[in-house]
Design a protein around this ligand. Structure first.
Ligand code: PLP
Length: 395
């Protein structure tokens, strides 16, 4: 048979467009901050993970420029071949101190952490148990293992207990339980104290991916610090690209964990290290998060104010317990219309989230709070949501 090697590209893309599932990528003409130029218009951005507003913090930008001047642009190779910068060592020490753990490792991205670390921790004789709403990068990391897989209903510790028992009865050598700290579509958080309690009798290893919790929960130290569970959670995965406003991934935990991961994680071993300017910016971001609590405070003040106001308007914010605030409207067409009218009529940039990212009947726009939003900004957004919500008969 002679195949058409590439005809599927256009066919599958066209099918996405026909079902309204195409991603439209807009273009930023300024830095990512609440007032930004996007596709030629000045908009209020309500859809970034830059929770603390650090992406444009002058001290971080300066650290980046200074490091580029001193060290140049690129890292040259993967760390195990040609070394890592003294900056990286400094970051890892500072970040571990900030998190209240023994050691940390700067990795390429949060995504690379899950791809690289999960398959090193478990193998064919083991069992991995994952929350049903875990991030796609966790799902992919789990797919790379030969371990037996179990899934528990979202945040349902009683199902987790059943899975733990199953793994134990099957004689698993190791059991790994893995969950997001903050779930990115709903802004709810994992019931970590109950998960720790359920895992303890089995000696199960616990991995929390706290990409949306760092900079946000626990005064910025993340969900483990929020629940005071340091040393009871064995692996913390994180991202420097969200609350810290820069770029990169992190692993935090014991010295033993970090030595192990450094020598075994394929994404760490086989992918080039960060440019030195990025590492310097990550150091500055952690220093700011540790010494300037006002950013975290402002983020939560904005979160509490905005969430209460939109709830009073009649919006369904689901189980949000963080600065991720979904406005669940149900119908996917309505969610898309709401986002489109906010952008075109009100210059507000908020993103519709529809199937397959969430169930069809739970379509929404997802709003994310930011420390740099002023009360005027929030009131402007609330008034716009009232007007368009009424027009579209959402509220
Ligand atoms: C964003 C995110 C990631 C990926 O992190 P990056 O640093 O952007 O690659 C991984 N896990 C979760 C839970 C996330 O929200």
């Amino acid at each position: 048979m002679k195949r058409d090697p590439t005809s599927f590209l256009k066919e599958e893309y066209d099918a996405l467009v026909d079902s309204n599932l195409e991603w439209i990528i807009r273009h930023l003409e300024t830095g990512s901050k609440p007032h930004a130029m996007v596709d030629g218009r000045e908009v209020l951005m309500l859809n970034t993970n830059n929770y603390l507003g650090l992406a444009t913090h002058p001290k971080i930008v300066k650290a980046m420029i200074d490091a580029a001047n001193k060290y140049g642009a690129g890292a040259g190779a993967v760390p195990v071949i040609a070394g890592t910068f003294d900056l990286t060592k400094e970051f890892q020490k500072k970040f571990a101190e900030y998190k209240g753990v023994e050691a940390s490792l700067l990795c390429q991205t949060g995504f690379a952490v899950n791809q690289g670390v999960i398959p090193t921790l478990i193998d064919a004789d083991d069992y991995v148990i994952s929350d049903s709403l875990n991030h796609g990068s966790i799902i992919d990391g789990v797919r790379l293992t030969k371990a037996t897989r179990g899934v528990y209903d979202h945040n349902d510790v009683s199902v987790l207990e059943t899975e733990l028992k199953k793994a134990d009865d099957a004689g698993a050598r190791r059991i790994l339980v893995i969950t997001d700290g903050v779930f990115s579509m709903d802004g709810d958080i994992a019931p970590l104290p109950d998960i720790v309690k359920a895992c303890e009798p089995y000696g199960a290893m616990i991995f929390v991916d706290d990409c949306h919790g760092e900079g946000v929960l626990g005064g910025g130290r993340g969900i483990v610090a929020h629940f005071d569970l340091q040393h009871k959670v064995h692996v913390e995965g994180g991202s420097m690209s969200k609350g810290f406003g820069v770029f990169g991934g992190s692993v935090a935990g014991s010295e033993d964990l970090i030595s192990f991961v450094k020598n075994k994680s394929r994404s760490y071993l086989l992918s080039t290290a960060h440019p030195p300017a990025v590492v310097a910016a990550c150091i500055a971001a952690v220093e700011i998060a540790a010494t300037e609590p006002e950013h975290n405070k402002s983020l939560w003040n904005n979160t509490n104010y905005f969430k209460k106001e939109v709830q009073d308007l009649g919006y369904n914010t689901g189980n949000s317990a963080t600065p991720i605030i979904p406005l669940i409207v149900g119908d996917p067409g309505k969610a898309q219309k709401l986002a489109e009218r906010l952008f075109k009529q009100e210059n507000i940039f908020a993103t519709p989230i529809v199937f397959p990212m969430v169930a069809r009947e739970l379509s929404r726009i997802r709003v994310q709070m930011n420390a740099l939003l002023s009360k005027d900004d929030l009131d402007y957004a609330i008034a716009a949501l009232k007007k368009i919500g009424n027009e579209l008969e959402i509220i």
